[in-house]
Design a protein around this ligand. Sequence first.
Ligand SMILES: *[C@@H]1O[C@H](CO)[C@@H](O)[C@H](O)[C@H]1NC(C)=O
Length: 267
Amino acid sequence: MAIYQLFFIKNLRFIFIVAFIIILNIYDVNSFNKTQNFPFPDTTGIMKIDVGQGEDLWILTENYELYHWDGIERKFIRKAKDYGPIYDFSVGPDGLAVIVSRSPINNNVFIRSDIDSWEWIYGSDVRVPIISISNCDYNKIFTIEDRKLIVCNYDNAYSCDTLKYGIYNQISCAFNDKSLWFIGSGHYIYLYINKYIEIIRSEVPFKQIKALSEQHVIGIDYDSTLWEYINGTWTGISNNVKSASINYNDDIFYVDNDNIIYKISKN
Ligand SMILES: *[C@@H]1O[C@H](CO)[C@@H](O)[C@H](O)[C@H]1NC(C)=O
């Protein structure tokens, strides 16, 4: 056997690994156009990211502080400072931001009503935490409180009622068609149809979801992998993801475990 053949065989495994890494990199770079120009200099970790239209970005820190991205000066600005620790928030396609904050006696839902003021719309006893919020738009806001799925409808004022009792961990109202997704029993993903029908959409448990339509959702599983579901197909988007959201143009924004904010544009 010639020396060069021996060399080749000995290093076959190594050559395979190198080729595999190169292919992975090409795949990663070519399939998406990924950028990171949303600096968040605060050393506190980011717990949640959500986006309305375009780059209308909001983040919640692990210290329960809320920030809004100022797209003109390109920096994050602290919001709702005087409303207590904020446990969840959501931003709709119309730009309306809603928050859940906690006082010593109540959990409170507020909508943003001016540059630095927020209007109270709903509250619960502090012993019954409101664990998730999602607004379809200003007309319809969903929350989860203990074992209750609650809907707040607007008709001159907000009125909130229990839609259904059950196991709900996170709720997400889709921008495009107002369909309602949630993480429910066993942390699987479900599509809410009505009081009697809920369709299960995942075979593995998920930590977080954000819905765009009845056939389009993104979510993070318990291995911190970000997945996108379109018309029955799950596609892996990225690893090491803490929180993610998607806007009306299908741009995905996510925060990784190092607190860096990325934007992925497919177009
Ligand atoms: C899903 O399929 C329908 C019908 O084929 C199509 O119109 C729609 O654009 C698809 N949805 C997405 C999010 O690609």
